[in-house]
Design a protein around this ligand. Structure first.
Ligand code: BG6
Ligand code: MG
Length: 227
């Protein structure tokens, strides 16, 4: 283990895995800031404050559930049609922000990690709750680095349900036990473990309790450790 790796269980005992499944937001790109800007704009329009600390509750959560949490914070009870219109409005603003994104917004080491894995013959999939994932992959110019893309349009159950990862393994044609998941949110790590996969947490070990192993960013992940 190098000094750059945060504490966690060293996976030395692990055999080699055949596939890698990646969350998008917080692992490959930092879109959380754009989600925050759009949700904050909506909160302001609705007449209440929305802090960055409160935004933590929205990470890894679906758009619909994010709006529910936001309205809970604003103590607003709105009917279904209004909620749907608000979610659409937030998404319109969010898409305006991410349309301007380019490769410079890839998180350090993300592209290199994907390239190294593919060179080793490891299959790669994106497994993101975001319905905007295809647009983001195009803007970051990394769509060709994934053998499969499972996004919010393909799943009906949100993480921590394992559906998204099970579907990812199926599309790659591998068994869940041969998969490693890279996730920055607890809900995603729980989903990976429930799916029977090895869960690498991207972030801080004290926060990512469900991870089998934690590293502070893909730039410090040595692919030879698990693949
Ligand atoms: C997840 C993000 O990846 O996607 C969440 O972490 C977001 O914050 C969710 O709410 C859904 O994204 P979208 O783009 O479909 O609204
Ligand atoms: Mg994430």
């Amino acid at each position: 283990m190098t000094g750059a790796l945060s504490e966690g269980i060293h996976p030395a005992e692990q055999s080699k895995y055949h596939a890698a499944l990646f969350d998008l937001d917080g692992v490959i790109v930092d879109t959380a800031k754009y989600h925050y800007l759009a949700w904050k704009r909506l909160a302001t329009e609705l007449g209440f404050d929305f802090s960055e600390a409160q935004n933590e509750r929205l990470k890894g959560v679906s758009r619909t559930r994010s709006l529910e949490i936001l309205l809970e914070i604003g103590k607003l009870n709105l009917d279904e049609a209004v909620r749907r219109a608000l979610a659409e409005k937030k998404n319109k603003w969010y898409v305006e922000y991410i349309q301007k994104m380019d490769e410079s917004e890839l998180l350090p080491g993300a592209r290199e990690c994907l390239v190294r894995l593919r060179e080793k013959g490891v299959k790669t999939a994106l497994a993101s709750a975001s319905k905007n994932a295809p647009l983001i992959l195009r803007n970051l110019n990394i769509a060709s680095l994934f053998d499969a893309v499972i996004d919010g349009n393909k799943v009906s159950k949100a993480k921590p349900d394992p559906e998204i990862f099970i579907l990812g393994a199926r599309e790659l044609g591998v068994s869940p036990r041969d998969c490693v998941v890279f996730e920055d949110a607890e809900a995603g790590l729980q989903a990976a473990r429930t799916a029977g996969m090895y869960a690498v947490g991207i972030g801080k070990a004290d926060v990512l309790q469900s991870a089998d192993y934690v590293v502070d960013g893909l730039r410090n992940f040595d692919v030879n450790m698990l693949f």
